[in-house]
Design a protein around this ligand. Sequence first.
Ligand SMILES: Cc1cc2nc3c(=O)[nH]c(=O)nc-3n(C[C@H](O)[C@H](O)[C@H](O)COP(=O)(O)OP(=O)(O)OC[C@H]3O[C@@H](n4cnc5c(N)ncnc54)[C@H](O)[C@@H]3O)c2cc1C
Length: 309
Amino acid sequence: MALMRSLLLAASQNVWLREHAVKYPFVRRSVSRFMPGETLDEALAAAQALQQKNIGSVFTHLGENVRDREEARHVAEHYLAALERLHQQKLPTEVSVKLTQLGLDLSPDFCFENLEQIIRREKESSIVWVDMEASNYVDVTLELYCRALKKYPNVGICLQAYLYRTKKDMAGLLPLRPSIRLVKGAYKEPASIAYPRKADVDENYFALAQEMLRAKTAGQCVRAAFGTHHVALIRRLADFVRQQALPNGELEVQMLYGIQRAEQERLARQGYRSVVLVAYGSYWYPWFVRRLAERPANLWFMLRNVFAS
Ligand SMILES: Cc1cc2nc3c(=O)[nH]c(=O)nc-3n(C[C@H](O)[C@H](O)[C@H](O)COP(=O)(O)OP(=O)(O)OC[C@H]3O[C@@H](n4cnc5c(N)ncnc54)[C@H](O)[C@@H]3O)c2cc1C
């Protein structure tokens, strides 16, 4: 399983595969399980359907490592236009951005300008989420996040439980009243910086999650969101919320579109805050292959699509 994950994560960065694999109809059919479509209109339709089930959403326009200024500006403009549409339609939808798509590889200051425009366009009551990418970006992402948070309280950051450093990073952020989305981590990282065993990642996740919920109760954390599909872990978190005598609405679980739909709906029905991350756009290859790496059984699903009509 670990070998398959490593192979798939290596494939997610392969340029040849990125250019060629996306043309095969069976690959395109497979990705449609995780995305409502490539366009903003398709994402909006998905958000409306989720809203009817009392499920919120977060939009992310796929792309990463943009190395052209015009293109990075274009991404920021896309988010500004998307926010306009979301506000017009009064949808309970936020956005989540990747800093390398906003030009981080070109210059942190240029990237910050793009991020700042998006935060300014968002309502003060909604969070602009910043994704966390591979470990070589963690320092600069946290730096830019803190810079943004000091000016705008409505910005959130993703932290990864597989990194040993995250406990310390979280402790450093809490005095600033952050919003945090905790995930396990989707990239290939060495054992020198990340827990190699899934069981250890899960335990660290639970410990960090408890920390976040305590901080939220103490008013130190604006939003504490848990990005995971791990049902047993979500149940442990729900038990913790109950033990702390917190209302169900204090537990926010974010999942990816198309994964654990029944669980997304169950959480919403039971009064937890259930949110779905809706990804769209044409640059889906690396993102999709990271989804395969998270659950190699998805590969069989893709192979079945080879023979589908
Ligand atoms: C809202 C959200 C935002 C995220 N943002 C980031 C980010 O900014 N940076 C980052 O590094 N990572 C991000 N991730 C990915 C995250 O790090 C994990 O790689 C991913 O969520 C898998 O871990 P898990 O806890 O969901 O499930 P695991 O513990 O790996 O698996 C538990 C169960 O969940 C289900 N499951 C998990 N993944 C899949 C899948 N791909 N397909 C089908 N079923 C699946 C399976 O039933 C599996 O048995 C994000 C995830 C979510 C949900």
